[in-house]
Ligand binder design. Structure first.
Ligand SMILES: *Cc1c(COP(=O)(O)O)cnc(C)c1O
Length: 221
């Protein structure tokens, strides 16, 4: 955890940013609840999960801790209710229909669900996320949904993507931020957090560099 914080610090300073403007999301997918508990003891509060069911199991095992849960994996429409009821953030909004369901299903006694629109920066048909040209329309639609609070954009550039992709996304984020009043660019993982921070990321999603390698089986999902 400390090594990752040092990397965030160094990367921020290298491009003249205040390290406090970059939040660390610890991605705990495939790792046991005990590892989350240890990270919490070290001061980490925000955790990311990819699979709804795995997250629900972990939440149940860690219900005594004051954690903030982020869904960073693809959201199928049959899982929206659990996501709306149990998560604090959803990073992977890429269809209006899914956003609408989340808004309808978010319980009235909870704060609005914090959401990000996922941008497909690589242009691959197989990847999730909305194409850059469609981001503004989806973001505007989401920002009007009563039980959602649009916080910004998220992307997963393919491994080895040029820095230019990151900067294009940073520019899109800045353009829309002026109109939609949001504050979060979720960008950067263990291998690319420096590039992401240089492009304006305000939230890096870090798994391996905190918890170590994951078993390969679930990673493919
Ligand atoms: C697994 C995952 C991460 C963390 O990746 P690492 O390379 O282990 O840091 C971040 N974001 C998403 C969407 C992921 O699925």
């Amino acid at each position: 955890m400390q090594a990752v914080k040092s990397r965030i610090d160094a990367a921020s300073r290298a491009c003249g940013r205040d390290p406090r403007t970059v939040r660390l999301l610890a991605v705990s997918k495939t790792h046991a609840p005990e590892r989350v508990r240890e990270a919490c003891a070290a001061g980490q509060r925000a955790f990311g999960e990819n699979y709804v069911q795995e997250a629900l199991d972990k939440m149940a095992a860690l219900a005594d801790l004051p954690l903030e849960w982020h869904l960073v994996g693809p959201l199928q429409s049959n899982k929206t209710r659990a996501a709306a009821e149990r998560f604090d953030w959803v990073h992977t909004i890429d269809r209006e229909k899914v956003a609408r369901r989340l808004s309808e299903q978010r319980p009235a006694d909870l704060a609005p669900l914090q959401v990000l629109v996922q941008v497909n920066v690589s242009g691959e048909a197989s990847k999730s996320g909305v194409a850059p040209a469609g981001v503004a329309a989806l973001a505007r639609a989401v920002s009007s949904m009563p039980r959602l609070r649009l916080r910004g954009l998220m992307a997963i550039p393919e491994p080895g993507a040029p820095a230019e992709r990151y900067h294009e996304l940073g520019a899109l984020y800045e353009r829309l931020r002026a109109e939609l009043d949001f504050d979060t660019l979720s960008l950067g993982m263990s291998d690319d957090m420096e590039t992401a921070i240089a492009a304006g990321s305000t939230m890096v999603r870090i798994g391996t560099a905190i918890f170590g390698e994951r078993a390969k089986v679930r990673d493919a999902a």
